[in-house]
Write a protein that binds this ligand. Structure first.
Ligand code: IDP
Length: 152
């Protein structure tokens, strides 16, 4: 089943000039970028996006971190892509992330773990709607779709 995930390169990824390299990993895998924009998240949007963590001790630092510079917000589509992308991203704590994952290859600290990716279809739908208007999300066909999927 085709799914859409909300994937965001955090301010550390943008400042470290890793955004293209990380997005390239998803493109090389065969996933499709439907939307992308650079923006500075307001504290209000940060609190809404990370609402489930509002009682956690790291919440204040998390809001400061995520609003500290531009992020690259994207919508990515592919077969069962929510869990696929989570596997590519790796564990929340980069020290525990496997080598070959994005966090395992590019990050060291949980508070600077460079990327966010939706963890379920429900959160993907919620997060996409928080960051994008429908008119900012583009559907198009990939000419090599049948090289990537047995049944495109
Ligand atoms: P996830 O990003 O792997 O889905 P979550 O548990 O949803 O992980 O946490 C959201 C974000 O909050 C993490 O990516 C990380 O930036 C931050 N975070 C989570 N736990 C900690 C912590 O213990 N210290 C500092 N930041 C944390």
């Amino acid at each position: 089943m085709k799914q859409r995930s909300f994937v965001m390169l955090k301010p550390d990824a943008v400042k470290r000039r890793l955004a293209g390299e990380v997005l390239g990993r998803f493109e090389n895998r065969g996933l499709k970028i439907l939307a992308a924009k650079l923006l500075v998240i307001t504290p209000e949007l940060a609190k809404e996006h990370y609402g489930e963590h509002s009682e956690r001790p790291f919440f204040k630092d998390l809001v400061e971190y995520i609003t500290s510079g531009p992020v690259l917000a994207t919508v990515i589509e592919g077969e069962e892509c929510i869990s696929l992308i989570r596997k590519m991203v790796g564990a929340t704590n980069p020290q525990e992330a496997d080598l070959g994952t994005i966090r395992g290859d590019y990050a060291i600290d949980t508070g600077r773990n460079i990327i966010h990716a939706s963890d379920s279809e429900t959160s993907a739908a919620r997060e996409i709607a928080l960051f994008f208007e429908d008119s900012e999300i583009y559907d198009y066909s990939m000419p090599d779709e049948e090289m990537i999927y047995e049944e495109p």
